[in-house]
Ligand binder design. Structure first.
Ligand code: NAD
Length: 492
């Protein structure tokens, strides 16, 4: 196809959403968004530059002293509920767009995005609940606290789950009364821009939500984190990026608040006394979820030696049954990797696994040609005889690659589980209640699941220990991070 014909076939998202209007980028431009199932561009998308971020931040600041800033919590809640209902109406279309932009399977996208409206309702229910307290003194003073919004929030999201990452930030930010500049990742920006239409339909005042896709270093992302008028950055992405953000001189100068939701290398421990069938369902499902591109992936499967061979054999059987294919096909379990760099990274780690002496027992190859065309598909991959010091066990691959590591006893399982720079999530399967308590209490992770996996709700705080982040998303804890305490003392 000639490039001229290709251009006319592309969907156009050529405006940024700033101050309640759809505007052309001032110092950004247009970028192509790639459909990873074909390797071809499918949309032309506006991206913002530093001046566009400046416009968005100014609008967000002004909105704090406009109707939104003056709105009592219950009215904010009503508006948020309206948005949640609008979201529910469009959820099916959003799922199709996110699948096209990111390659995640439509069955996963529907299940995930279909639940976001509930999340926005949950956050709406908290919009009028932030209360302070009275501090006893004597009759000459009245001292009390109020909880007030932190102000303008820069929300920076990753490419793997753009709508979920946005919901986890927008929900608590709006419930707290903040205003937001949302900067989605350059690889999957489309559905975040769609959110602008939904906020318009719900009747949000201008400037409360601004959406500016863009690049990170040297682009919109860097301007947002260094902007003096942004009060908080809510960031989800890689640890290396978080460190770069903290090191950037002008970021430090502005003394912002930060929450960081970073990567993981989650242990999934299976004891011999577990319900092995249930454990296998969870372990294999978690290994291929989002084509392996999930921060909560239980990709280090730590298995008691007496059931190790059985688990390896079952993993291999189940890997063969994963239907890898066109992500919009409802029968597909696993789509392609979301972009070409991630495909290359996953394939490189499969090489590391081989070179480091792990035994490749399933998958290991890119799938292309034929029905896969030039898409970024990879086979579900399983390594047996893995050791925790191998790179495939220590580093976040973000691909559908499971490393199966044997252990002998509880102490060894805990030692292996904690032998990682990460501490986001962990899974533990056992039929012994005492062991469930003993082991879970010693795992260094922000979220430990026992006899379940990936149980994530709006009400359950989520976030990392160690190199997996700062702060929490979801739960009341998340709301707290968008509020600050103000103490007022009135002399009577
Ligand atoms: P990334 O760090 O490369 O990019 C994340 C975002 O930061 C993007 O929007 C990017 O444009 C922006 N960015 C990059 N450099 C920047 C800079 N210098 N200043 C400001 N912004 C900058 O991460 P990614 O590759 O998009 O996402 C994958 C990572 O996200 C994985 O490590 C994954 O584990 C993590 N993740 C964590 C969670 C969680 O809840 N803990 C959820 C999803 C993804």
């Amino acid at each position: 196809m000639s490039s001229a014909r290709l251009q006319t076939a592309l969907a156009r998202y050529d405006r940024l959403y700033i101050n309640g209007a759809w505007v052309a980028p001032e110092d950004g431009g247009l970028m192509e968004s790639i459909d990873p199932s074909t390797g071809q561009p499918w949309a032309l998308v506006a991206y913002g530059g530093p001046r566009d971020i400046d416009r968005a931040v100014a609008a967000a600041r002004e909105a704090l002293s406009g109707p939104w800033g003056k709105m009592p919590g219950h009215e904010r809640a009503a508006l948020m509920r309206r948005f949640a209902d609008v979201y529910a109406k469009h959820a099916a279309d959003l799922a199709v767009l996110e699948t096209t932009d990111s390659g995640r399977s439509i069955r996963e996208a529907r299940a995930d995005i279909g639940g976001h409206s509930n999340g926005y309702h949950w956050w709406a229910s908290l919009a009028d609940k932030a209360s302070g307290r009275t501090i006893p003194f004597d009759s000459s003073v009245h001292a009390f606290t109020t909880r007030v919004p932190v102000g303008v929030v820069g929300a920076i999201t990753p490419w793997n789950v753009p709508l979920m990452a946005a919901a986890w930030k927008l929900g608590p930010a709006l419930a707290a009364g903040c205003t937001v500049v949302l900067k989605p990742a350059e690889q999957t920006p489309v559905t975040s821009l769609e959110l602008g239409k939904l906020f318009e339909e719900a009747g949000f005042p201008p400037g409360v939500i601004n959406i500016v896709p863009g690049y990170g270093q040297g682009g919109a992302g860097e301007r947002l984190v260094t902007h003096p008028d942004v009060d908080k950055i809510a960031f989800t992405g890689e640890g290396a990026t978080a460190k770069a953000i903290l090191r950037a001189g002008t970021t430090a100068d502005t003394l912002k608040k930060f929450t960081f939701e970073l990567g993981g290398k989650s242990p999934h421990i299976i004891f011999a006394d577990a319900d092995i069938e249930q454990a296998m369902n969870a372990a294999t499902n978690s290994a291929w979820t989002l084509c392996g591109q999930s921060c909560a992936l239980g990709s280090r499967v730590i298995v008691q030696r007496s059931v190790y061979d059985r688990v390896v054999a079952d993993f291999v059987e189940r890997a063969k049954k994963v239907r890898v294919g066109q992500p919009l096909d409802p029968a597909t379990h696993m789509g392609p990797q979301a972009h070409h760099e991630q495909l290359a990274k996953t394939l490189a780690y499969i090489e590391h696994g081989r070179n480091d002496g792990a035994e490749l027992v399933a998958g290991g190859n890119r799938l292309n040609g034929g029905a896969y065309g030039d898409g970024y598909f990879v086979e579900p991959t399983v390594f047996a005889k893995a050791h925790n010091k191998m790179r495939i066990a220590q580093e976040e691959i973000f691909g559908p690659v499971a490393a199966l590591i044997p252990f002998d006893d509880e102490e060894e399982a805990i030692a292996i589980a904690n032998d990682t720079p990460y501490g986001l999530t962990a899974g533990l399967w056992t039929g012994d209640t005492g062991r469930a308590h003993r082991v879970s209490s010693r795992i260094d992770a922000g979220m430990v699941w026992v006899n379940t996996y990936r149980f994530i709700r709006w009400s359950t705080p989520y976030g990392g220990f160690k190199g997996s982040g700062w702060g929490r998303e979801n739960g009341i804890e998340a709301l707290d991070s968008y509020l600050q305490t103000k103490t007022t003392v009135i002399s009577t």
